[in-house]
Design a protein around this ligand. Structure first.
Ligand code: AMP
Length: 221
């Protein structure tokens, strides 16, 4: 790891859909004032706003497929170099393919930087399906809820901001299987990519979120 002399963090969170990366990234970003960059959130925002990128991405997302590398890599690089945010960040949901991981390494090494943390949230497949199908996301603030494991006080309404909860189209059973397949085919090979360069830290994410967070804080220190 090229942990910077100061406390700068450049972290990547890896894990299958439903592993809890987003929940943990949101929480860590809030408590450590890091920038949370979720490629899924960025894409959904583009879809909502009807941008050209959003229109191109939507068909892939709805079918549970990955959006093409060139679209994603361009979007992330633009965001990382726009200077608008903190120099400490967590990438949640990126990279998801080998070309994306290589592009990220290349772009950072061009700036004489490297990742400081690569964290893998490990969960068994059957748990993931249950987590995804009950997941509800706030359309306004992005908070993540679950009908069974983390229900809101009023069904369909976000406890944090009062926004409407959304059942993401790709969290429906038809798309979940395809997303998992894409994960095993295209994203899981990244574990070896980072393992082989001695950068991967694993966390058992098949535990209550508070316990996962405790482990996360330890590995981030
Ligand atoms: P997420 O919210 O991270 O589960 O992402 C939702 C969807 O956005 C994924 O199923 C993909 O269709 C797309 N997506 C997000 N991140 C990426 C990425 N790094 N590469 C390709 N597609 C992505």
């Amino acid at each position: 790891m090229t942990r910077a002399g100061d406390s700068t963090m450049r972290a990547v969170f890896l894990g299958a859909p439903g592993a809890g990366k987003g929940t943990q990234a949101l929480r860590l970003a809030e408590s450590c004032q890091l920038m949370h960059l979720s490629t899924g959130d960025m894409l959904r925002q583009n879809v909502r706003e009807g941008t050209e990128l959003g229109l191109r991405a939507k068909t892939f997302m709805d079918a549970g497929n990955l959006v093409p590398d060139d679209v994603i890599i361009g979007m992330v690089e633009a965001r990382l170099s726009d200077g608008a945010g903190s120099s400490s960040w967590i990438l949640d949901g990126f990279p998801r393919t080998l070309p994306q991981a290589e592009a990220l390494d290349k772009s950072l090494s061009g700036k004489r930087m490297g990742l400081t943390h690569v964290v893998f949230f490990k969960v068994d497949d059957d748990v993931l399906v249950r987590r995804l199908s009950g997941r509800r996301t706030c359309g306004s603030c992005g908070a993540i809820w679950h009908v069974e494991f983390k229900p809101t006080a009023v069904e369909g309404t976000c406890d944090k901001c009062g926004g409407d909860l959304v059942h993401r189209s790709d969290d429906r059973p038809e798309a979940i299987g395809q997303r998992q397949q894409q994960y095993w085919d295209l994203t899981a090979p990244l574990l070896d990519y980072y393992r082989n360069s001695d950068r991967l830290v694993e966390i058992d994410a098949d535990r209550p979120p508070e316990q996962v967070f405790e482990s996360l804080v330890k590995v981030m220190n």
